[in-house]
Write a protein that binds this ligand. Structure first.
Ligand code: GRF
Length: 209
């Protein structure tokens, strides 16, 4: 079976990008990272793409007059790689309704964009999920992989994994354990997507055995 072509969008460090590339390269999942898009010229993700020979596009929102123009510029390049799935791995911009809807039903009757978020959604959406969980005094948090819709961290949940929070935890210790889980969960879900094992029935995600 042909490999699922994945474009990764990332704004920062890129540790999830690297985890996904590794699982693709070692054949654990039937997918291939065909490109990286970043809106941040200083993103660590660029170095990672370089290291693995993945083509990348850098385009800063500040250089455009509107979100629409920026997204058009992104897609002008990304479409050349013919991605079948867009993976948001620490991508810090909100995509427009149009961009998201154009990628809907893209392949296998599923939304074509997924995201990973460092909490058990719907708890702690937004940009500071680990800190929010710590400050709230939660006993657990986790990681969620979900389809992207037009809200912030609101799309249909595909999979979640729990992490215990200990009284001694700091942001760093919690993030370290969280990332270990993300690096395992995210490629796994991309693999299931590639194998056609994810379905949406009556508004719920079903993972086939
Ligand atoms: C991860 O914690 C992810 O859940 C969130 O942004 C962070 C990205 O980390 N969406 P990295 O750039 O993949 O290292």
């Amino acid at each position: 079976m042909a490999k699922l072509k994945v474009a990764v969008f990332a704004s920062g460090r890129g540790s999830n990008l690297e985890a996904i590339i590794k699982e693709c390269k070692n054949g654990k999942i039937n997918a291939e990272v065909v490109s990286l898009f970043t809106d941040n010229p200083k993103a660590g993700a660029i170095k990672i793409a370089n290291r693995y020979g993945i083509p990348f596009q850098i385009s800063d929102y500040k250089d455009f007059k509107s979100k629409k123009e920026h997204e058009n510029a992104i897609w002008e390049v990304q479409k050349l790689y013919e991605p079948e799935l867009i993976v948001l791995a620490g991508y810090m911009k909100i995509l427009s309704k149009e961009f998201i809807e154009e990628r809907y039903n893209y392949k296998k009757g599923l939304p074509g964009i997924i995201n990973i978020h460092p909490s058990l959604l719907p708890a702690f959406p937004g940009a500071n999920a680990y800190l929010d969980a710590l400050n709230w005094g939660a006993n657990y948090t986790g990681a969620t992989v979900h389809f992207v819709d037009t809200g912030i961290d609101t799309g249909l949940i595909i999979a979640q994994e729990k992490i215990k929070i200990y009284p001694s935890d700091t942001f760093e210790s919690l993030e370290r354990r969280g990332l270990e889980i993300e690096h395992n969960l995210f490629p796994k879900i991309i693999g299931l997507y590639a194998d056609g094992k994810i379905e949406i029935k009556k508004g719920e995600v079903i993972i086939k055995d």
